[in-house]
Structure formats: structure tokens, C-alpha cells
Design a protein. Structure first.
Length: 187
């Protein structure tokens, strides 16, 4: 599966997915193998700010505010935090998955403490929950045209405003959301 892995790719929801959690979503795939797939939705902000999470965890830094929104990372384990971040040489966290040479996914509290103290990675996204697929499920959904894929782009991941991320990823494919039909077919 490794040569066909979509790890470090974006999944772009097509209109055929309909409503629900994944409508108009852009998901960053952190894992994709024969055992299934796992990703973080990166364009659905919650009405919760990072500072609020830091307050709940007693990680407040009085010198700097973290007013950016926490993301709805997916419908699974929405009580768990996930930090997508740029890798910085020499920084180690307790529970980190290497997604690419530049991107990591960390789930341990030590990274949140470092971010609160302005000692963490400069580029990061904090999400509650994740998206997951059982073995073969994502491949079936791709065959049913529920998703488009494109290699991930760090600029889109970390620098583009949340409400523009899906359009930016579609632009990499040379299309707009208006050009996608909610009805799919197979020739």
C-alpha cells in the first residue's frame, strides 16, 4: 500500500458526499495504509479559541494570546486534542507521528504547554477529534467519487485562512467548487 498511500495528501470533499460533518471539508491525511486511514479536517473551525483550551488545562501564558480557533478535526474522539505542526529540528514531544519530513501530528500535552509558553512550533493547528476510515473504506469512497485528492501543501495547511483552504486546494487541481457536480457516474 505504501506506493499508493495518500499520506501527506489533502482529501477534498465533493458535493456527492452531501451534508453532514464532511460537507465542504478539506482533510489532511496523516496515515493511510492497509490498516485504514486517519486524518484531520483543517477547515472547520469551532466556536472555541485556543486560549480557552489553555485555560481549561491551566496552560495560560499572560504575555501572549492565542486567539485562533480550535478546529473540528473529525467526528471521532472529539474529546481528544491533536496538534498538526511543522517539524522543528531539536524539538521532541512525547507522542508524535511523523507524517512527512516537515509535518508532524502530536497528541501529548507537552506540545500544548510549549505552544502556550511560545516555545512550541511556530506553525501549528489544534483540533479536537479526527477522521478515520476502516481498511478499504477510503478506497471505496474514492472509487465512488466522494473525494478528490491532491498532494498536501504547507502553505494551504498553515497560512491560508480556514474559510479559503478548500478553494485553495481545488485551485491546485485547476477547478472550482462550482464545477463539481453532486452526481457522479462511471464511464
Amino acid at each position: 500500500m505504501s506506493q499508493n498511500s495518500l499520506k501527506n495528501h489533502f482529501l477534498l470533499a465533493t458535493p456527492s458526499l452531501g451534508g453532514g460533518f464532511f460537507a465542504n471539508s478539506l482533510t489532511y491525511l496523516c496515515e493511510h495504509s492497509q490498516e485504514g486511514a486517519m486524518g484531520i479536517v483543517i477547515n472547520h473551525p469551532l466556536d472555541v479559541r485556543v486560549d480557552e483550551i489553555f485555560d481549561q488545562l491551566s496552560l495560560k501564558n499572560d504575555r501572549h494570546t492565542h486567539n485562533e480557533p480550535v478546529l473540528a478535526g473529525g467526528p471521532l474522539h472529539t474529546d481528544r486534542g491533536f496538534v498538526l505542526h511543522h517539524h522543528v529540528q531539536g524539538q521532541q514531544w512525547q507522542s508524535t507521528l511523523e507524517v512527512s519530513s516537515e509535518i508532524r501530528l502530536t497528541t501529548s500535552l507537552d506540545i500544548l504547554d510549549a505552544i502556550a509558553q511560545d516555545q512550541g512550533p511556530q506553525r501549528s493547528l489544534i483540533a479536537l477529534g479526527y477522521a478515520g476510515w476502516a481498511p478499504g473504506q477510503l478506497e471505496d469512497e474514492l472509487e465512488d467519487n466522494a473525494w478528490l485528492t491532491v498532494p498536501a501543501d504547507e502553505h494551504i495547511l498553515f497560512a491560508v485562512p480556514h474559510h479559503k483552504k478548500l478553494d485553495a486546494a481545488l485551485k491546485k487541481l485547476g477547478i472550482t467548487l462550482d464545477q463539481l457536480s453532486p452526481h457522479s457516474g462511471h464511464a
